[in-house]
Design a binder for this molecule. Structure first.
Ligand SMILES: Cc1cc2nc3c(=O)[nH]c(=O)nc-3n(C[C@H](O)[C@H](O)[C@H](O)COP(=O)(O)OP(=O)(O)OC[C@H]3O[C@@H](n4cnc5c(N)ncnc54)[C@H](O)[C@@H]3O)c2cc1C
Length: 394
């Protein structure tokens, strides 16, 4: 039996939990560990922040959902990951041993890096549903442009968009199509001013201090922006549970992974979602990270599903050997097999496939499974159905 632990019950964690249950053998145990008992649909947080949706509309308790699928759920945060002994130390002092760990946690919101930033300071946030609820209370019904227009007071409320991006529409991607032109035009149309290459240095009540940089990264101009309401996303870091774990996380606390979503040093640890280390797409005067969207995360989950199942297959073979250590030698897991599961191709009958430790369904080809699916059955190609479904619900 293998114990697969998934850390986090967000977009990445829930997707992986369902995928792993589907892929694993009946005797394998899947456990989700999360510091909240609920899933929150973060893209709806801005609506919660302006009271167009309630917290209940955008969150759902995951315990019963996972239980229905035969997945264990522990609603306790992880204090520390101990990869050397394949264990998680939980906030309540308990330890969970794992054979495989999938890290799918959100980042730590680094409000502390700017004095006065965040819900405990002078600005609001929509990075967590609790922040969004707070924001909604602070500014009842203030949804920037639309709500103010509805109230016919938009002209009385000047607005400034402050961003680290070198230009509007950069999006951390160096722009997408004509995103620069389109977004600049939308901002102008709505009389929103902007400051790019900006670094917020300090926030005090009603005042934000912003340093605008030139293309060489030198401070070009210092701004003091008076405000009555401020929505400001902080920089992201890795969570404390992995911060400083040598070989697992980078200096900023993001999980290091290879092209298979697997940590190069601890090869029974995988990561998916916003917690992974992704280099910026290009260097910008003020650092601008690559966006990690839900859509992209679901795609990565598909890749991880392929890799992890491949490794399980290899591992189940290893574990049958007497005296196998609990932490497998990294050489035991094939670095790059030529196919998702060689043995599943070699072993043709279901019996021989199972006996060989293969946990894959016979058809691994997406096109085949789509072609052969019956009318009305969900398509394996539409990996984003759950995302689309949640989006449609919110
Ligand atoms: C305001 C906003 C709008 C967005 N809009 C879009 C959009 O329109 N389209 C899009 O594609 N993406 C959007 N995104 C991005 C998308 O929401 C994220 O990419 C996605 O939620 C990240 O998924 P994840 O699984 O990596 O992390 P999350 O969904 O954040 O889940 C992380 C999980 O880890 C758990 N956790 C954290 N720390 C611990 C710990 N120590 N121990 C145990 N569990 C822990 C959390 O409780 C949570 O369950 C938006 C994000 C925000 C904030």
């Amino acid at each position: 039996m293998a114990h697969v632990v998934i850390l986090g019950a967000g977009v990445g964690g829930m997707s992986m939990a369902y995928d792993m249950r589907e892929q694993a053998r009946a005797q394998d145990k899947i456990t989700v560990v999360s510091n909240h008992p609920y899933f929150q649909f973060k893209p709806s947080n801005p609506w919660v922040a302006v009271n167009w949706r309630t917290r209940d509309d955008t969150t759902v308790d995951v315990g019963p959902l996972l239980e229905r699928k035969g997945i264990d759920f522990i609603a306790v945060g992880c204090r520390r990951v101990h990869p050397e002994r394949n264990a998680l130390e939980l906030e309540d002092g308990h330890e969970i041993a794992y054979d495989f760990l999938i890290v799918a946690t959100n980042p730590k919101l680094a409000f502390v890096e700017v004095e006065g930033l965040g819900p405990n300071g002078h600005t609001d946030s929509v990075c967590h549903v609790n922040h969004a609820v707070h924001a909604g209370k602070v500014w009842k019904g203030f949804i920037m442009d639309t709500d103010l227009r509805r109230r016919r007071i938009r002209s009385k409320v000047p607005m400034t968009f402050v961003t680290a991006e070198p230009y509007i529409g950069h999006l951390g991607l160096g722009g997408v199509g004509d995103s620069k032109g389109l977004l600049e035009s939308a901002m102008r149309h709505r009389h929103v001013k902007w400051i790019c290459n900006a670094k917020v240095t300090r926030v005090e009540e009603g005042k934000m201090h912003v340093a605008e940089h030139n293309e060489d990264g030198q401070v070009k101009k210092e701004h003091v922006l008076p405000f009555k309401y401020s929505m400001m996303l902080p920089a992201f870091k890795g969570i404390d549970a992995v911060f400083g774990v040598e070989g697992l996380a980078n200096p900023r606390g993001f999980i290091l992974i290879d092209e298979y979503q697997r940590n190069p040093r601890y090869r029974n640890i995988y990561a998916v979602g916003v917690c992974v280390a992704i280099p910026p797409v290009e260097t910008t005067p003020v650092p601008t990270g690559a966006p990690k969207t839900g859509y992209m995360i679901e795609t990565r989950c598909g890749r991880l599903r392929t890799t992890s199942a491949r490794c399980w297959t290899a591992t189940s073979r290893i574990r049958r050997r007497p005296g196998t250590p609990s932490a497998w030698p990294t050489s035991a897991i094939p670095a790059r097999p030529s196919s998702p599961c060689r043995r599943s191709r070699r072993a043709t009958s279901t019996g021989s496939r199972k006996a060989s430790g293969c946990i894959w369904p016979r058809s691994r080809s997406r096109s085949t499974s789509c072609a052969s699916r019956k009318k009305g059955q969900p398509s394996r190609c539409t990996r984003n159905t759950s995302w689309a479904y949640l989006a449609s619900r919110s």
